[in-house]
Design a protein around this ligand. Sequence first.
Ligand SMILES: Cc1cc2nc3c(=O)[nH]c(=O)nc-3n(C[C@H](O)[C@H](O)[C@H](O)COP(=O)(O)O)c2cc1C
Length: 329
Amino acid sequence: MHANFKNTHVTNTHECQLVAHRDAQNDVDMRVSLASLSMKNPLTVASGTFASGREYADFIDISRLGAITTKGVSACAWEGNDQGRLAETPSGILNSIGLQNKGAKHFIENDLAWLKQQQTRVIVNVCGHSYDEYFQALDALEQASGIDAYEINISCPNVDAGGMALGTQPNAVERIVSLLRERTCKTLIIKLTPNVTDIAEIARAAESAGADALSLINTLLGMAIDAHRRRPILSRVVGGLSGPAIKPVALRCVWQVHKAVNIPILGMGGVASGTDVAEFMLAGASAVAIGTENFVDPCATMRILDELYTYAREQHITHISELIGGLEC
Ligand SMILES: Cc1cc2nc3c(=O)[nH]c(=O)nc-3n(C[C@H](O)[C@H](O)[C@H](O)COP(=O)(O)O)c2cc1C
């Protein structure tokens, strides 16, 4: 799928390789860490927009990414929602995919085997409809080797239970995080929804229950209507808005959460350029994920990484981590 909400060109593999070549001449220390997860640079991809990376390997050098974040993995296979799962909007898209995936066993045997060879960190996004489903998925993944961190999606607007509802109540967040914490020593990143009144309160609940890091934001709840048919465009009526339209909300959330907690943040929401990444880091993110922009340009991650280098050189930055929380207000 190629969204077309702004003027852009799809670069080809050759251009991506040229960008990769320039890494060798880089004089900026791009290393960052998300708690115990060290990354060669701050860039990863947003869950659900990059599958498990294999489809993108024809376009980009996956090993240049600081990490790959996989699509959501559940204990058993999920079919996802009915068709009518995508709608384009000004500067964004609405999706109601419903976390379609083939389950943990299939992921471990197929995707993880490939991911392990990619010379980048592997963050596995985990989803469930119930507490038990989260536990089963995590327990299955714990048996496998090659996973560096988990990103727990307690914020999806497109599943009935175990999704956004779980991530909107501080008590429920504390409970799920503390129970997952008991089951793994790996870096535990909790993904938050922006669809709450006070995201700082939710962030503090996750931190106090043992989260190592927080990722934000998931999509914003929205809807689209076909006036001629007098019907909703999405089969579930509402879905999650992503892309440049949500960037101001995402920046605000990262900034508020950074002030509220002492654990690192993986920021995302509408990132489309190197300076967008810098903005998220200034707001308080230690690492940044590229999501919907991958649909516009499959080489987006390489271009954005290159732009971030250029920004850092222009700003006379020697360590990219200098940016984290550096906003002057
Ligand atoms: C098509 C699509 C599928 C997504 N699937 C997931 C998912 O499986 N798990 C998850 O935590 N977030 C999922 N997300 C949310 C993204 O990871 C990200 O939080 C959000 O899209 C904001 O970033 P962006 O504006 O850069 O896309 C999905 C987003 C899109 C557009």
